[in-house]
Design a protein around this ligand. Structure first.
Ligand code: ZN
Length: 564
């Protein structure tokens, strides 16, 4: 690990790019491409363009982080608006360079030097942009920011105290059934109050995305959505086949798991508000708070891998971890790269449940991968495509298993079983979200009621055990409105299920040979995005989730572990 200067993210200044100045830099790059003859000329342009994109990525990332840290800060909010207004203009400039690179007379030499993945990604990206959709892209970011602000603005009163959505979520795991029911009712009542706002916001998003697709010559948004997700080696037919495997092999298993869960809890019917709780003793929770958890995490990484431990301690020192829940913070968790520091940043909203450990190990997996890929010069490879990224994050969740005693003490084994159960139960939900989006974008003019009906159909197909009882609002088909990806990250969600199928293979390998699994993991992290999904997994010796029998095999293995 390179020497890291003492840096403090909180003090980090970010220079906002001037559009005029950036376009001048692009004019110069284009002029050099006009004159380029030798491969070296082309590569020199790629290299300088890469540095420019690194600078812009830094600004983009830091502005996003600052906004999510305090969505009520006017300056952060305005900086985000300026960023989102400028981004499509910058994309236009970048796409122009990509067009020239993929059409280069020395393309095959460029592929040899840079790897063919970059060229394939650029082939894909240039079809997702046209100046005609610039304003639509700005509008799309505005709508997404509106959703984030609306969710962050929720103030839910429970027993005389105000809660954010992240904070109230912890009661879903409360051992007291009445508490779980009451807080679920409070939460969904808030969504009911926002129904018109959320239906309206989503309707605008869907129509806008459909219009963008049409302007780019696609029949529906789905094809554009796949391309925006940079899927260069699989398509909707593969994903459809994967969903069919989930219906066939995973849904029946989940029905059985839920039946066993009800038995353990001594319930006739497992209601929706019971789903998050798996035994009468309540779910295992971390045995300490934020600071204590960071200490345990530091010990854990020290036992796992020196580089991971060093990265983590640097991130702590540099305030590159923002994990405590507080008012005004955006919900959820993510990892983002801070280019100027060559260091990652992790965002989460701890709420005292086992989810804190899961979110944290998950995001640290992203962080470690991005950090491990920094020696690769091309920014296109610093993150792989999203479904591959989620292998690193979910993979680390499993690789940290032997260290869970640090967080959960005697409850660690219960945690591990729950973690695995949760993974299996997640698959049907994950593909339901994905299938829903395919329906949504196939019928862009559907009414809010028709969309709600589509979601109900998804719940019946993939989550047949779900019983909302007297919670009439989510029962009416609007549970999806609590899922941010459906608003801000169309077609992202399947990535978690594809990656989980790969991460479960890492789990399998780790059960047999922990060191070998860690080596596979480190290799994957260093590989970054140099290969697209199917080639990346094959290269790591993992079976593709699209291959017949892959899902069935890993899920059966997990199920047999759970019944032992
Ligand atoms: Zn992730």
């Amino acid at each position: 690990m390179a020497e890291i200067n003492q840096v403090d993210f909180d003090d980090l200044q970010v220079t906002e790019p001037e559009f005029e100045q950036v376009s001048e830099e692009y004019v110069e790059l284009n002029r050099r491409l006009d004159d380029a003859t030798a491969v070296a000329d082309w590569l020199a342009v790629v290299s300088d363009w890469n540095e420019l994109r690194r600078r812009l990525a830094h600004w983009h990332s830091v502005v996003g982080i600052r906004f999510s840290q305090d969505t009520r800060d006017d300056a952060a909010c305005e900086a985000l608006e300026r960023r989102d207004a400028l981004t499509p203009k910058l994309t236009e400039l970048a796409v122009e360079i990509m067009r020239r690179l993929v059409a280069s007379p020395v393309r095959s030499e460029l592929e040899k030097e840079l790897g063919d993945t970059a060229l394939l990604l650029w082939d894909c990206e240039i079809t997702t942009f046209d100046p005609a959709i610039k304003d639509d892209l700005v509008k799309e970011s505005e709508l997404d920011a509106k959703y984030t602000e609306l969710m962050a603005s929720a103030k839910l009163d429970y027993r005389g105290r105000e809660h954010t959505l992240s904070e109230i979520a912890k009661y879903a795991e409360d051992p007291d059934r009445d508490v779980r029911h009451e807080t679920a009712a409070i939460r969904w009542n808030w969504f009911l109050e926002q129904q018109d706002a959320l239906d309206g916001l989503f309707d605008e998003m869907v129509r806008l995305r459909h219009a963008m697709a049409e302007k780019l010559g696609f029949a529906t948004y789905t094809e554009l959505g796949y391309r925006r997700m940079q899927r260069i080696d699989y398509g909707p037919a593969d994903v459809d086949k994967f969903r069919a495997q989930v219906r066939e092999h995973v849904v029946p298993l989940c029905v059985e798991l839920c039946r066993q869960q009800a038995d353990r809890l001594g319930l006739d019917t497992l209601m929706q508000w019971d789903e998050a709780i798996h035994d009468p003793a309540g779910n295992p929770a971390p045995q300490g708070e934020h600071d204590w958890m960071l200490e345990r995490a530091q010990e854990m990484f020290a036992e796992m891998n020196d580089e991971m431990a060093e990265l983590f301690s640097t991130m702590r020192r540099s305030h590159l971890l923002d994990l405590k829940s507080r008012d005004g913070k955006a919900p959820g968790g993510y990892c983002s790269g801070v280019e100027s520091l060559r260091l990652p940043f992790i965002f989460a909203n701890f709420n005292g449940t086992k989810g804190d450990v899961e979110v944290f190990t998950h995001e640290m997996g992203h962080a470690f991968q991005w950090y491990s890929s920094q020696p690769i010069s091309l920014v296109d490879y610093h993150w792989p495509t999203c479904e591959s990224c989620e292998i690193h994050s979910m993979g680390l969740e499993y690789l940290t298993w032997p260290h869970m005693e640090k967080f959960f003490g005697a409850d660690a084994e219960r945690f591990r079983r729950l973690h695995l159960t949760g993974a299996i139960l997640f698959l049907p939900y994950g593909v339901a979200v994905d299938h829903f989006q395919h329906l949504i974008y196939a019928q862009p003019t559907a009414t809010p009621q028709q969309r709600a009906d589509m979601w109900r159909e998804m719940e019946e197909t993939y989550l047949p055990w779900r019983d909302w009882g007297d919670l009439t609002h989510p029962a009416s088909g609007r549970r999806w409105q609590a899922q941010p990806h459906i608003f801000g990250g169309p077609f992202y969600y399947i990535d978690y299920t594809l990656a989980l199928t790969c991460a479960l293979q890492l789990w399998e390998r780790a059960e047999e040979d922990r060191d070998a699994a860690m080596e596979t993991y480190l290799g994957l992290c260093r590989m970054g995005g140099r290969l697209p999904f199917r080639r990346l997994t094959a290269n790591a010796g993992l079976v593709s989730p699209f291959d017949d029998g892959c899902l069935e095999r890993v899920v059966t293995k997990a199920a047999s572990q759970l019944s032992s």
